[in-house]
Design a binder for this molecule. Structure first.
Ligand SMILES: CC(C)(COP(=O)(O)OP(=O)(O)OC[C@H]1O[C@@H](n2cnc3c(N)ncnc32)[C@H](O)[C@@H]1OP(=O)(O)O)[C@@H](O)C(=O)NCCC(=O)NCCS
Length: 198
């Protein structure tokens, strides 16, 4: 049976309201969550520091839950209009900042600490952490690992399965283990309305 457009629009709206309400409930342990942030599926939030999410964040915790962790005194900041796919784990021992309009692909792992020290991995003492900054408009494809101390520049793309151990310049495509520059990407000013390079 074909639904007419206005019925579809109403159903769409109801779904969105449901997703926004579910996000409000699921993210209740966060310090702040912006308006119209929505979520489906499951998330685990362990907030012993500060966790803030911007507006219109989309969290797709279907299939595999998402994990957000801020250890004591740590800050985990997620900007506006960020999309987080299933199986993603983000952990801040000191500071993880994700800018606006970023896409975090499924099963990606972002952690600003090694958790253990080489030669002393059974010790419960944590090594010091180094902040991670992911600037605006970054896309992490599936199964990307971002290591401590890394800054990923605005508009960069990290290809699937990469391990980012060093800084990534803005508007570059990087890939591999460890991630290396594959090519430069055009700045938005260099694109026409169809998104083609001019
Ligand atoms: C980011 C991505 C879309 C780039 O695709 P692309 O622009 O078509 O790039 P290409 O396939 O032309 O590859 C360009 C070069 O990078 C290399 N490359 C591509 N992906 C790579 C990777 N994950 N690791 C290492 N090198 C890679 C290619 O071998 C190629 O090298 P060459 O120029 O020596 O032949 C793609 O690499 C990718 O990660 N796709 C998966 C997206 C994904 O995970 N989606 C779901 C979650 S959101």
């Amino acid at each position: 049976m074909k639904l007419n457009k206005s019925v579809k629009a109403v159903i769409d709206k109801i779904w969105k309201i449901k997703e926004v309400s579910w996000a409000k409930y699921s993210l209740r342990k966060c310090n702040s969550v912006g308006p119209l942030t929505r979520m489906v599926g499951k998330i685990s939030v362990n907030n012993l520091g500060i966790i803030r999410l911007g507006e219109k964040v989309k969290i797709w915790g279907t299939l595999i839950p998402i994990e957000l962790v801020a250890l004591p005194n740590a800050e985990l900041i997620i900007g506006d209009n960020v999309s987080i796919n299933f199986g993603v784990s983000i952990c801040a021992q000191k500071s993880v900042t994700i800018g606006n309009n970023c896409g975090i692909g499924n099963y990606s792992l972002i952690m600003d600490t090694d958790f253990h020290e080489i030669g002393n991995h059974m010790s419960t003492k944590r090594p010091s952490a180094e902040p991670i900054i992911i600037c605006d408009d970054v896309w992490l494809a599936a199964r990307v690992i971002v290591m401590k101390g890394v800054t990923i520049g605005k508009g960069a793309v990290v290809s699937a399965g990469s391990v980012v151990a060093t800084n990534v310049p803005p508007y570059t495509l990087v890939g591999g283990v460890p991630a290396r520059i594959i090519k430069k990407l055009p700045h938005p000013d260099e694109l026409n309305q169809e998104g083609e390079a001019v």
